[in-house]
Design a protein around this ligand. Structure first.
Ligand SMILES: Nc1nc2c(ncn2[C@@H]2O[C@H](COP(=O)(O)OP(=O)(O)OP(=O)(O)O)[C@@H](O)[C@H]2O)c(=O)[nH]1
Length: 301
């Protein structure tokens, strides 16, 4: 199969498929029908010692996280900011995604999954798309809604996506990111969240599908909310989570430490925490401390 696989300095692998209409049926087969390109950052090569990527081309099946939503809702920005450390302002210059972009995130034995970024404009329910294959191997479907835009169309697309996906694979975790909330006041945020929550659940109830559970998050790439939301999405895909939580509970009760997070240092998502509630300020402080440690280790390392 003609495809490009590159590794960025952040420990992520990326495969880009040229033509989305070539993806479905022969996805895993050799096929020269794919156009290819790299991620363009010229940032290839695996720094094995730092990132611990012992087997970069392992064929092991990883949980799949899909990023879906209307055009310009912010899907690629989320991926770039969380996994490529792109600064939020740089996302203003991102071009629209017109190809399904699949990326392996393999930072540690716990953080190992694939992200599939879908172009906003595709109709993946077109009969030529093998959406069954896509949903069958999916662990989480993140649907991004631009909260600064009118979200009527986004809600109907969300409903369509979720109902189709659920029929194929009822085990998918459905995660809705109410995104770009940086432009909203606190009251407005809560208002939008409850409105979107209500409308999305009403649509499901009308279709007799109230058993489908949607989780909602208020997110923005301009603060830590996107990292926190992604942390929660990833945690649901980690089978060892209860054990990790228990270990952290034991750790804080024996050490007198107030709060413990187990971080993926590369992305700054936390893969587990003890069972006391997460206070956003503590999480932000820990993220900043990680940055300080990395900066200092760069100076002296
Ligand atoms: N204010 C604000 N703008 C954001 C946020 N996230 C993304 N954006 C902006 O939204 C615009 C679209 O972002 P993209 O990431 O290209 O959107 P996309 O969903 O990948 O778009 P397609 O590739 O066309 O499907 C960019 O100008 C981003 O800077 C956010 O949290 N807040």
């Amino acid at each position: 199969m003609s495809q490009t696989r590159t590794m960025t300095s952040k420990g992520t692998y990326k495969e880009v498929y040229g033509k989305i209409d070539a993806l479905p049926f022969d996805y895993y087969e050799d096929d020269d029908g794919f156009d290819t390109f790299t991620d363009g950052d010229g940032d290839c090569g695996c720094d094995e010692g730092v990132l611990g990527c012992s087997d970069p081309f392992s064929s092991e099946v990883k949980p799949r996280i899909l990023l879906m939503g209307l055009r310009r809702s912010g899907k690629s920005s989320i991926q770039k900011v969380v996994f490529h450390k792109m600064s939020p302002n740089e996302t203003l210059f991102l071009e629209s995604t017109n190809k399904i972009c699949r990326e392996d995130v393999s930072n540690s034995s716990f953080v190992s999954f694939q992200i599939w970024d879908f172009p906003g404009q595709i109709d993946f329910f077109d009969p030529t798309f093998d959406y069954e294959m896509i949903f069958r191997g999916t662990g989480a479907l993140i649907f991004v809604i631009d909260s600064q835009d009118d979200y009527v169309e986004a809600l109907s697309r969300l409903h369509l996506t979720v109902t189709r996906a659920y029929k194929v694979n009822p085990d998918i975790n459905f995660e809705v990111f109410i995104h770009k909330v940086d432009g909203l006041s606190d009251d407005h945020k809560i208002e939008k969240q409850s409105d979107i929550h209500k409308r999305a659940n009403d649509d499901l109830a009308d279709a007799g599908l109230e058993r489908i559970h949607l989780s909602f998050y208020l997110t923005s790439i301009y603060d830590h909310s996107i990292f926190e939301a992604f942390s929660k999405v990833v945690q649901k895909l980690i089978p060892q989570l209860p054990t990790l939580e228990n270990l952290l509970n034991i750790f804080i009760s024996n050490s007198g430490i107030e709060k413990a997070f187990l971080f993926d240092v590369v992305s700054k998502i936390y893969i587990a925490t003890d069972s006391s509630p997460v206070d956003m300020q503590t999480y932000e402080l820990c993220c900043d401390m990680i940055d300080v440690v990395i900066d200092i280790s760069c100076i002296y390392g």
